[in-house]
Design a protein around this ligand. Structure first.
Ligand SMILES: *Cc1c(COP(=O)(O)O)cnc(C)c1O
Length: 417
C-alpha cells in the first residue's frame, strides 16, 4: 500500500529549516545591554542597578506594590510560601496537573499538598477544590496552564468563603488577562518563572508579586539576607534584628539574567500581540477538523500562549491512538509539536506516590496513585502542544503545520490496521 503520509513513505509537508522555533528573541540590543552590565557589575547585593530597574518595571507592568526577583521560579514559589507563613501540617490545595515545582517547595516547609483535579482547560476545577477543603486547609494555589487563565473568580470566592489564602503560580502566563486584569494579581501573592522558554525569559530567574508589605518583607527574609533586608525593612520592624541572616537561604537573581529579562519585558506586549494573532489563525484553520479540539477562551480571557493546546480525540479518527497521530505529524515535519512529559499529573510521579526515601516525614501521608485524577490524566494524555510564534515572517511555516494536520486527519485510514 502506498500513502501520501510521510510516516508511510510520502513527502513531508513541512519543509522549513530547523529550528522551527526559538525563544526568547535575542537581539543586538540584548547583547549590548548584557555587555554593559558585565562592565557595571556582575554581583548586586541590594535593590540597585538593574535589579531595581527590573523590579520597578515589573511593578508597573503588573500594577502591584512589590516585585521581588529570585534566582528561579522554584525559588520564587518557595519564598512566596514561606512568606505566607505556611507551616508544617498545613494543607494546601494545589493542581494535580501542573509542573511539579508548583508543589515541591511546600514539601520543604512540611506542608501537605492536597491535589485537586482539573477542568477541560487543564486548570484547577473550583468544584473539586471546594470538596477537598478541611479544617487544616490554609491556602489554594492555582496555575494558569500553558498561559490560559484559571477560573480565578470562582477560586477567589471559595478562598474568601473559607478564609483561605489564594496564591498563583503564573509561570506560564506573564501578561495573560481575565477581564483585562493581569493574572498574578488575583491572590495574596503570585510567583513567576523566567526560565528559558517562559513567555518572559531571563534564561534562569523568577519573581514574586504582592501588594502586602508583610509578605514582601518575609519574602526578603527568606532568600535575600543581609543588605537587602537591612536596607528595606524599616528599623522599627519586629524582624529587623534578623536582617543580617534572614532565614539563611539565598535566592538572588544574577544581574546578567535580570538584564536579559528587562530587555524582554520591553517587548512583551508586542510579542503577546503577535502570538495572539498567530494562535487565532491556527485555531480558525484547525477548528472543526476531526480528531483535534482547539482551545476556547471566550471573550474575557487572554492567554500568554506559552503553549497552544490541541486536545486529541481519537474517537473521531476510528480510535487512532494519540501516539500514532503524533508520530504521523512528526514525520510530516512538525518537530515543534510536543506531547509534554515531565509536566504531567503529579500523581503519576514517584515523588507523590512514595515520598519516603527522600521525604521521610511524608511517607504514608502523600500516597497518590495513577487513576486518582481521571480528568487531569485524560487532558494530559490527549495534549498536543505547539509553541507560539509571534512574527509575521513565521506564517508560511505555521501554514505548513496547519496543512500537516489537515493531511494527517484526511489520510488517517492509512494509519489504522
Ligand atoms: C517553569 C515552572 C516552574 C519552575 O520555574 P523554574 O524557573 O524552572 O524554577 C514552576 N511552576 C511552573 C508552572 C513552571 O512552568
Amino acid at each position: 500500500m502506498t500513502s501520501a503520509l510521510a510516516l508511510l513513505g510520502g513527502e513531508p509537508t513541512v519543509t522549513g529549516d530547523a529550528p522551527h522555533f526559538s525563544w526568547p528573541p535575542l537581539t543586538d540590543q540584548t547583547a549590548k545591554a548584557v555587555l554593559e552590565q558585565l562592565h557595571d557589575g556582575i554581583s548586586i547585593y541590594d535593590r540597585s542597578g538593574v535589579i531595581a530597574q527590573l523590579e520597578d518595571a515589573l511593578r508597573e507592568y503588573f500594577g502591584v506594590r512589590h516585585a521581588l526577583l529570585t534566582s528561579s521560579g522554584t525559588a520564587a514559589l518557595y519564598s512566596m510560601y514561606a512568606a505566607c507563613r505556611i507551616r508544617p501540617g498545613d494543607e494546601v490545595v494545589v493542581p494535580a496537573y501542573t509542573f511539579f515545582a508548583t508543589v515541591t517547595p511546600l514539601l520543604h516547609l512540611g506542608a501537605v499538598p492536597v491535589l485537586a483535579d482539573c477542568d477541560t482547560d487543564g486548570n484547577l476545577d473550583p468544584e473539586d477544590v471546594a470538596q477537598r477543603i478541611t479544617e487544616r486547609t490554609y491556602a489554594i494555589v492555582g496555575t494558569h496552564m500553558w498561559g490560559t487563565p484559571a477560573n480565578v473568580g470562582a477560586l477567589r470566592r471559595i478562598a474568601d468563603e473559607h478564609d483561605l489564602l489564594l496564591l498563583e503560580d503564573a509561570s506560564h502566563a506573564h501578561g495573560a488577562t481575565v477581564d483585562g486584569r493581569k493574572v498574578g494579581t488575583f491572590g495574596r501573592a503570585a510567583a513567576f518563572s523566567m526560565n528559558g522558554p517562559k513567555p518572559l525569559s531571563a534564561g534562569e530567574g523568577g519573581f514574586l508579586l504582592t501588594d502586602d508589605d508583610d509578605t514582601y518583607h518575609l519574602a526578603l527574609m527568606h532568600g535575600q539576607y543581609n543588605k537587602r533586608c537591612r536596607n528595606e525593612l524599616p528599623p522599627e520592624h519586629r524582624l529587623y534584628p534578623y536582617a543580617v541572616t534572614g532565614m539563611g537561604l539565598k535566592h538572588r537573581i544574577h544581574p546578567v539574567a535580570a538584564t536579559i529579562a528587562l530587555d524582554q519585558l520591553g517587548h512583551l506586549d508586542e510579542y503577546l500581540a503577535g502570538r495572539q494573532r498567530i494562535a487565532t489563525h491556527i485555531c480558525e484553520e484547525l477548528d472543526g477538523l476531526p480528531g483535534v479540539a482547539v482551545p476556547r477562551l471566550g471573550s474575557t480571557r487572554m492567554s500568554s500562549w506559552y503553549g497552544l493546546i490541541l486536545q486529541y480525540h481519537g474517537d473521531d479518527l476510528g480510535g487512532l491512538p494519540v501516539e500514532r497521530f503524533y508520530d504521523a505529524l512528526q514525520a510530516e515535519g512538525c518537530r515543534e509539536l510536543d506531547r509534554p512529559g515531565s509536566t504531567c499529573p503529579l500523581n503519576l510521579l514517584p515523588l507523590f506516590q512514595e515520598p519516603g526515601p527522600i521525604f521521610p516525614g511524608l511517607q504514608g501521608i502523600m500516597t497518590y496513585q495513577p487513576g486518582d485524577f481521571p480528568r487531569a490524566e485524560a487532558v494530559h494524555h490527549g495534549t498536543l502542544k505547539l509553541p507560539m510564534w509571534h512574527r509575521e515572517e513565521d506564517l508560511p511555516l505555521v501554514d505548513q503545520y496547519i496543512e500537516a494536520f489537515h493531511k494527517v486527519t484526511e489520510h488517517y485510514h492509512d494509519l489504522i490496521g
